[in-house]
Structure formats: structure tokens, C-alpha cells
Design a protein around this ligand. Structure first.
Ligand code: PDD
Length: 285
């Protein structure tokens, strides 16, 4: 069945949604995006996603053509039109199309706004049961990873490389320290049950799931420390896990073929995942 998608003010069938070959999102990855999870037909952590979208736009001088309230209304309409119960809503805003390929751009250009839904099982997921295997590779991305742009070729190549190595994903390394996952934030758990994750900076995406986890960890008395950690420290960790809007929390059971802990999903990661999902459902819009 065809999905109904949103393109520049219109709700149309996905096969009818067309954008120009001169769109700067297509030519230059001059675009930002957000992915909001949907559970029980409701939006999860959406205020955080829209706030980050506004920030990304501000950092790049991109014009957001609708208000946050209008965006939420569009997201809810798409959920309804597509009878989406569980999955996500993808939103992309490009700088638009000036009718030719030119590196420089004018400030009067009209942006392109696209949203579509993706049905996906989030609560019941095989990866939660098995955990994921990751390989570590060099983080070759640009220096403004805090802006959620669509320049995702390094992530696509990295995941392809992981799959070729019989792994599920990557952890990215810069100067010996883990930055984040291929499309997620990265965490380890130390022997004394402290959750460790890299502090926020321009080096990583400021994950919305991460922000919620930090708050929950405090509310539920988990010890949490924001500091750099090396891949060697990760190999020796008691547990490891990732967070994102498309996974919530997935345990990491192996890094570079080395088992983490006993090689099974860690209890702390699974507990935090349950707490996150229960709270997210209570707060869902
Ligand atoms: N990715 N770091 C990177 C590089 C990411 O791409 C993502 C999310 C995250 C986690 O952010 P959040 O918790 O706000 O989803 C961290 C999305 C899910 C994607 O590209 O599909």
C-alpha cells in the first residue's frame, strides 16, 4: 500500500511526491533531518526533536517554513493518514532549489520540506533480545556532528563495512576515543555500574533519546558520568549499549569480535530500556 507523504504543504501519495534535480538537498546534502519515534500512534520525545531541528536550522541559516506547532500537526496527520501504530516519522528540510547547480546560495530561496512515515517494530525487536555486534572504525565525518545534516555517506559506508564483517553497526573512534555509534549515541557500563558516555560537544549528535536517558538515569538513581572513553575501556566494560529514536536502547554484546561482559545483553541496559519505554509512553503526545 502506498503511503501518504507530506511535501511542501501537500499530502500526496508517495509515488506522486517529486522534487527538483536542482534541489540543494540532492546536490549538496544541504539539508537537515529528524526522526521521531511513534509508539501506540503517538509521538515520542517530539518536543526535543523539534527543538533540535530549530537549532540545526539556525546553525546553517536554513529557513523553517512552518512553526513547531504546525510541524506537530503535520506529523499527527501523517500518523493518522497512514494508520501508523509503531515506527517513526522522518522529516527533512532542504535549502531548496534555485534552478541550477551553484555552490553559493541566496537567502531568499524557498526550502523543501518532506515528511514520511515508516512502520517498524520498536518495542519488540530481535536486536534487544540478541544485542548487537559492532566494529570500531575511524570517525571520518566533518566537525559539526552536532548539526543533524543529511551528509550520511560516512554512516552508510560504515554500516556497509560492518555488515561485510558480520557485525550490525559501528562505533566511531577519534584520537583513540569513542565518539558515537553509526547512527546512535554510545555508552559503556563500568564494574561499579556507572554508565559512561561522551560529553556533548560539536563532536557528536546531541541525541534526544540520550537527553531523556540522562534525565531518567538521574530520576532512577543510576550512576552516570559524561566523559571520554577509549575503545580499550569499552572492550573491558561490564556492559555496552547504544541509544537512538530508531532503537531506543540496544545492548552491545561484542565490539571488534570481543565479547562484552558475558557476551549477553546487559541487565542495566535492558532495565534502562524498559524504564525509557514506559516513561516515553506516558509522556507521548
Ligand atoms: N540517528 N548519533 C547519530 C550520529 C545519529 O545519527 C543519531 C540518530 C543519534 C541518536 O539521536 P536520537 O536519540 O535523537 O535519535 C546519535 C537517527 C535515528 C537516524 O539517522 O535514523
Amino acid at each position: 500500500m502506498e503511503r501518504t507523504v507530506y511535501l511542501n504543504g501537500e499530502y500526496i501519495a508517495e509515488s506522486e511526491a517529486k522534487i527538483s534535480i536542482f534541489d540543494r538537498g540532492f546536490l549538496f546534502a544541504d539539508a537537515v533531518y529528524e526522526v521521531t519515534a511513534v509508539l501506540d500512534g503517538k509521538l515520542i520525545d517530539n518536543a526535543g526533536h523539534l527543538a533540535r531541528l530549530e537549532r540545526s536550522c539556525k546553525e546553517l541559516g536554513l529557513k523553517l517554513p512552518v512553526t513547531g506547532e504546525e510541524l506537530t500537526a503535520i506529523q499527527k496527520t501523517l500518523v493518522e493518514k497512514n494508520a501508523l501504530v509503531e515506527g517513526g516519522i522522518y522529516l527533512q528540510l532542504t535549502r531548496g532549489d534555485e534552478g541550477d547547480r551553484d555552490f553559493s546560495f541566496s537567502d531568499s530561496i524557498e526550502p523543501t520540506l518532506v515528511l514520511f512515515t515508516q512502520a517498524r517494530s520498536l518495542i519488540k525487536s530481535a536486536k534487544t533480545e540478541t544485542g548487537i555486534r559492532v566494529i570500531s572504525i575511524d570517525d571520518i565525518r566533518w566537525r559539526r556532528r552536532d548539526i543533524k545534516t543529511t551528509q550520511l555517506l560516512p554512516a552508510c559506508l560504515a554500516k556497509h563495512m560492518a555488515h561485510a564483517a558480520n557485525a550490525d553497526d559501528v562505533w566511531l573512534i577519534e584520537d583513540g576515543f569513542v565518539t558515537e555509534g553509526g547512527s546512535s549515541n554510545a555508552y559503556i557500563v563500568t564494574e561499579d555500574n556507572t554508565i559512561v558516555t561522551r560529553p556533548l560537544s560539536n563532536d557528536i549528535l546531541h541525541g534526544i533519546t540520550r537527553a531523556s536517558l540522562m534525565k531518567l538515569a538521574n530520576d532512577f538513581d543510576f550512576k552516570i558520568e559524561e566523559r571520554y572513553f577509549t575503545i580499550e575501556e569499552a572492550y573491558a566494560a561490564k556492559e555496552a549499549f547504544i541509544s537512538s529514536a530508531t532503537t531506543f536502547i540496544w545492548p552491545v554484546v561484542a565490539i571488534d569480535d570481543k565479547a562484552i561482559g558475558n557476551g549477553k545483553p546487559g541487565p542495566l541496559a535492558l532495565k534502562l530500556r524498559d524504564i525509557y519505554i514506559n516513561t516515553a509512553l506516558e509522556l507521548a503526545e
